[in-house]
Each structure stands twice: as structure tokens, then as C-alpha cells.
Design a protein around this ligand. Structure first.
Ligand code: FAD
Length: 469
């Protein structure tokens, strides 16, 4: 019998360890080939700019790592069906493996590919790899999907979360051929480079740094953007450079060795599980990026205010913590969670601008933007999500700034024109006495904007609109 080849189709699982599809390919054949498809299928949402930049570097890194195991990676742009068919022919593979995806459009293309492969008589293996528990495995007592987070989290905790697999044992290494991974990378994205170590090694480094550094302060510190105690694992998870199961078991391992940390670990894992909750919603609904999950929001009239939208996008709203967040995201591809909530609330509630406009901006700017968590969280803030923030919860960016950026360190970092303001005024320069502004070198409307909206009246307006719904 001749040498058998298996093809592994990589998607949001750009890693060697805990990659069941890659593992199965090694078990099935003497030779393994890998494929990545920049999918051009019409329903599949193309990644935003910052994510394309990350993807380019992640694929380049993976190419090198796969070559050490004797696996050649090919990267192509096209429809999933045509590209997998062509790769099958090129490689002569008799079996194909992949890890499952949960977006309805992705699942549909996977099914089309699966049917084609079956018709060709090719062996197929598909696996769970990128969530803690697949969407159809966590259900209410009545057998329905959960729409409330807390019972979902309880049910998830009761699931068996499989132990991560090691990386497959390599065969003869090959010389990596540089692949053309450069998929419409935006020119601006190069500036993100200093902030990230992209790839599987970078992901594990981020986890180790977090466990040794931020974790003990996580429950108290995670809401404070200047403390930077969170894991920053989200873009690594987005591209599957690390699996949630690896993080889960790292957390439980730590809690077993050091029981006094168990509560802290539990808090961290309960946040990780929000990621799964959003994937469950993605799976059970047709299009969470455009359709409000609560039907009544479909009739909502949003304001058309391009000038205000642009000011928000550019971090020129006149609310320092909001502007700091928007500028942090533009500079680094990341924004801390509490600040994401504040910036989103200002747009969708105070400005009454359609949350989908904000979601789209985040989609393009965030390195971690994904189909489940970006729309899921936007709908949470806008109020249209399941188990969403209630309509009357409208964050006040001044009091939130005073609470979570007490000394203004975060504002001073990202909005340097306010750096000289005393703590008392740094979250609300518009209220500062004239001499304080003068001493800090600030001319409102010139060196820093006046607020683009009045917080009190816009709050009342948002409440009225929500009540009408
Ligand atoms: P940590 O606090 O260290 O948490 C660990 C992991 O848990 C995260 O990496 C993430 O995978 C998960 N997690 C934590 N909080 C959440 C949450 N609220 N929802 C879902 N998962 C969570 N997260 C994304 O991964 N992609 C997005 O596109 C995204 N868009 C968002 C948009 C808005 C408007 C808001 C309010 C939040 C969004 N989030 C998104 C959730 C959250 O802000 C980020 O996951 C988190 O800030 C990432 O930082 P971290 O890795 O340091 O998180």
C-alpha cells in the first residue's frame, strides 16, 4: 500500500497542542497536509482590519511550527468548497479533518464541504475544540438553550471538560516555504506590533504571565483599566492559538495545588465562560450581528448622526474615559472590558446611534473581534441581547471614570492633552474652573473637545425611547 495522506483544514484553531483535528490526521495517515482558506463565501463575515493583521502573523508563525512536524501549510482565498476540493486533489489526501465552528453561515459551508467529501468517498473527522462545551450540549432542564447567564454557568460547570491533548509527535521536519498569508492587511495595522506576541507560544506566555502576575488581583482589579491585571488572552482565543480547555485546566490545576486561589480562579473562569455563552447564542440564532435578539428592538428608531459617530470613533467625545478607550483601541487593537461597556453605552444609549454601527467599528479595530463575542456584547450593552443590561442602566462616563480610573492614570496615558489636570477634574474637564483649565494648558473646544452630548438630557431621552418599546 502506498503512503496515505490526511488533510487538516485549519480555521479558528491555529495551534498544535489540544488540536483534535490535527491529532486525528497524524493518527490516520503517514503524511499530513494543512490548509487554511480565506473564505470568500458570501454569508461568511470577512475579518476586520486588525484581525486580518493578526491572522497574517499567526499563519506565518504556524507555518514554521507545522514544518517542524513535517506538515506543509497551504493558504488560499476562495470558496470553502472549491478550495478544499483543489487541496484534496493537490495533496492526494484520502481523509480530511477539522474542528467544528458554530456560526450558522460557517456551519452551512462546512456541511456543503462535508457532503462533497462524502460523495468523493473521502473519510472525514470533525471535532469539538474551540469552546468549553458545544452549544447543543448545555441545555435547560426542559431541553432548551439557556437565555440567562447564571444558570448557564452552573450547567457548564457540571460538564466534563476534556483534558487537553498534547501536540502531535512530529515526523521528519521540512523546510518551511513562506506562505502567502497576506490577506488584505490594512496598512495602518503595523502600529499594533509592539503590543502583542502573536502565535501559540505567545498565547501560552500570556497565560503564564497572567497566572504569575494578574490573577490574584483579578476579581478586584479587572474593572480598573490602568491596573491591566486581565489576561489579554482574547485575541489568542479568537484565532485558537490556545484553547479554552487549556485555560480551564490550567486554572483548575492551580486551584488544586493552591486551594486558597480557588475562588479567584472560579471568578476568572466564569468570565471565560461568557465567551461560550456568546457562542451558544451565535449557534442558536441566525444572525446576531444584525438582528436584535429581543424582537421588540427591531422597531427601534436610531439617530442618524454621522458627526457624532465620527467623534466617537476618533476618541473626541469630550468624555475622557470614553476617548481614552477609543484611542487605546485604535493604537493597540485592544480595549479593557469596562471601558468597552462605557464606550458602547455612550453610543447606543446617550447618542442613540445604532449599536450595529459601533459593532462594525469594533469589528475593524479589535484584534479579538469575533462573530460571537463582539455582537453578543454589543447587544448586551444596547439592551437587545438575551440577559442584557437593563434599559435603565445607562453608564455615566464621569462617575464610572471617577470610580474605575480614580487617579486618572488611564485617561492621562491615552488622552495626554489632559495629563496636567488635577485628579478632581480629569474625568470632567468641561466642569473644571477656568483657571484650572488655563494652568493645565487646556482650551475646551480647541485642545480638547466640549462634550458632544449632555449626559442628563440624553439619559432621559434614552429612557423614553426604551419605555416606548
Ligand atoms: P479576561 O478578563 O482576562 O478574561 C479571559 C477571557 O474570558 C477573555 O479573553 C475572553 O475570552 C473571555 N471573556 C471575558 N469577558 C468576556 C465577555 N464580557 N464576553 C465574552 N467573553 C469574555 N471579547 C472578545 O473576545 N471579542 C470581542 O469581539 C469582544 N467585543 C466586545 C464588545 C463590547 C462592546 C464589550 C462590552 C465586550 C466585548 N468583548 C469581546 C468582551 C471582553 O471585553 C473581552 O473578552 C475582554 O476585555 C478581553 O480581555 P482579556 O482577555 O484580558 O479578558
Amino acid at each position: 500500500m502506498g503512503e496515505r495522506t490526511a488533510l487538516v483544514w485549519l480555521r479558528n484553531d491555529l495551534r498544535l497542542a489540544d488540536n483534535p483535528a490535527l491529532h486525528a490526521a497524524f493518527d490516520a495517515a503517514d503524511r499530513v497536509a494543512a490548509l487554511y482558506v480565506h473564505q470568500s463565501d458570501p454569508d461568511v463575515r470577512a475579518p476586520g482590519g486588525a484581525a486580518r493583521w493578526w491572522l497574517h502573523h499567526s499563519l506565518a508563525d504556524l507555518n514554521e511550527e507545522l514544518a517542524k512536524l513535517g506538515v506543509r501549510l497551504s493558504v488560499h482565498t476562495g470558496s470553502a468548497l472549491d478550495t478544499v476540493r483543489a487541496a484534496l486533489k493537490d495533496s492526494g489526501a484520502t481523509s480530511v479533518f477539522w474542528n467544528r465552528r458554530y456560526g450558522p453561515a460557517e456551519a452551512r459551508t462546512d456541511l456543503v464541504v462535508e457532503n462533497m467529501l462524502r460523495a468523493e468517498g473521502v473519510d472525514i473527522g470533525t471535532f469539538a475544540a474551540n469552546v468549553l462545551a458545544e452549544p447543543w450540549t448545555v441545555k435547560t432542564g426542559a431541553g432548551n438553550p439557556f437565555s440567562v447567564y447564571t444558570p448557564f454557568w452552573k450547567a457548564l460547570k457540571g460538564q466534563h471538560i476534556p483534558t487537553p491533548l498534547p501536540a502531535p509527535k512530529g515526523r521528519s521536519p521540512i523546510k518551511p516555504i513562506p506562505v502567502d498569508t497576506d490577506y488584505r492587511q490594512p496598512r495602518w495595522a503595523g502600529k499594533l506590533t509592539p503590543y502583542w506576541h502573536i502565535g501559540e507560544a505567545g498565547a501560552h506566555e500570556a497565560l503564564a504571565v497572567f497566572i504569575d502576575g494578574g490573577l490574584p488581583d483579578y476579581p478586584q482589579g479587572r474593572d480598573f483599566p490602568a491596573r491591566a491585571v486581565t489576561s489579554r488572552l482574547s485575541p489568542h482565543l479568537r484565532f485558537g492559538e490556545i484553547s479554552p480547555r487549556q485555560i480551564w485546566h490550567a486554572g483548575h490545576g492551580l486551584a488544586a495545588r493552591e486551594p486558597h486561589r480557588a475562588e479567584t480562579v472560579d471568578k476568572f473562569l466564569s468570565e471565560l465562560a461568557w465567551r461560550d455563552f456568546n457562542y451558544h447564542q451565535l449557534y442558536h440564532r441566525e444572525d446576531i450581528a444584525t438582528v436584535p435578539m429581543q424582537g421588540k428592538y427591531a422597531t427601534m428608531t436610531w439617530r442618524d448622526a454621522p458627526g457624532e459617530l465620527a467623534a466617537w470613533q476618533q476618541g473626541r467625545t469630550g468624555f475622557p474615559i470614553v476617548d481614552a478607550g477609543m484611542r487605546e483601541m485604535w493604537a493597540t487593537g485592544f480595549m479593557q472590558n469596562r471601558v468597552r461597556m462605557l464606550t458602547a453605552s455612550l453610543l447606543a444609549k446617550n447618542l442613540l446611534i445604532d449599536w450595529r454601527r459601533g459593532e462594525q467599528w469594533f469589528w475593524d479595530c479589535l484584534v479579538d473581534a469575533d462573530d460571537a463575542n463582539n455582537p453578543g456584547n454589543w447587544q448586551w450593552v444596547a439592551g437587545s441581547g438575551l440577559d442584557a443590561s437593563p434599559y435603565f442602566r445607562i453608564f455615566n462616563p464621569v462617575t464610572q471614570g471617577e470610580r474605575f480610573d480614580v487617579e486618572g492614570a488611564y485617561v492621562r496615558q491615552w488622552v495626554p492633552e489632559l495629563a496636567k489636570l488635577p485628579d478632581q477634574w480629569v474625568q470632567q474637564p468641561f466642569a473644571a474652573p477656568a483657571d484650572v483649565l488655563r494652568q493645565a494648558g487646556i482650551v475646551l473646544g480647541q485642545t480638547y473637545p466640549q462634550p458632544i452630548v449632555d449626559l442628563k438630557t440624553s439619559r432621559v431621552r434614552a429612557l423614553e425611547v426604551a419605555r416606548e418599546l
